[in-house]
Design a protein around this ligand. Structure first.
Ligand code: GLN
Length: 232
């Protein structure tokens, strides 16, 4: 009895496809830096969890309504979100960049977007950046719920570009996903693990303690290198 009570199972929401942080491998299993970090931290801190791959916006909404205990989804620690959520220590640097079709040689900067469409993912920092700059550069926003559809829209040529996080678009370019990065990263917030404000504080503390331990042990670096290291 005492033992079954001591190990709690947390429900953690995540994105559907956001490589290298979470994505399905060839066996249909959800893998990635976020998934491996969470697994390593749970092992280190002796807790269990169940993953719900809901999509980014849906995962954030599920956290808002307390349908999940936490979210790990390459989620940027923004000041606006900090009013609703408590974040762990940061675990990865990021910033928004512009991605275009790999074979396109005409779009080099935001100025080249005038009169064109830009694909973005609802609820993300890329979306916010597009919103803040649409009238300045004269482009129209095309919203999507997941990254795969957003990228597809750029590859088919309907949208001239997309705005997404640097580590994600650069990983895609290196994997030859049909897109390339053409701008320097905008100043952005790093990624953190989130819980609802004032809720699940013991989970947040375990996450931070585990993160410190896996950084110290070298496990964090092994995980990152596995996906984006020189021999990845
Ligand atoms: N880092 C971005 C954000 O927090 C995008 C996250 C995602 O698409 N999974 O808004």
């Amino acid at each position: 009895q005492a033992q079954s009570q001591s190990v709690k199972t947390y429900v953690i929401g995540t994105d559907i496809t956001f490589a290298p942080f979470e994505f399905e491998d060839i066996n249909g299993e959800l893998v990635g830096i976020d998934m491996d970090i969470l697994a390593a931290i749970a092992k280190d801190q002796n807790f269990k969890y169940e993953i719900k791959a809901l999509g980014f916006n849906a995962a954030v909404q599920a956290l808002e309504s307390n349908q999940v205990d936490g979210v790990i989804a390459g989620m940027s620690i923004t000041d606006e979100r900090k009013t609703q959520f408590d974040f762990s220590d940061m675990y990865f640097e990021s910033g928004v960049v512009m991605g275009i079709k790999a074979s396109n040689d005409t779009i080099k900067s935001y100025e080249d977007l005038r009169g064109k469409k830009v694909a973005v993912k609802t609820g993300t920092e890329g979306y916010r950046f597009a919103e803040a700059n649409a009238s300045k550069y004269g482009f129209t926003i095309v919203p999507f719920d997941d990254s795969a559809l957003m990228y597809e829209d750029v590859k088919t040529g309907n949208s001239a570009a997309c705005f997404d996080d640097y580590p994600v678009l650069k990983y895609g370019e290196n994997q030859k996903n049909g897109l390339k990065v053409v701008t320097e990263p905008e100043k952005g917030a790093p990624y953190g693990f989130a819980v609802s404000k004032g809720k699940n504080q013991e989970l947040l503390q375990k996450f931070n303690a585990g993160l410190a331990n896996i950084k110290e042990s070298g496990e964090y670096k092994r995980i990152v290198d596995k996906y984006i290291g020189d021999n990845a």
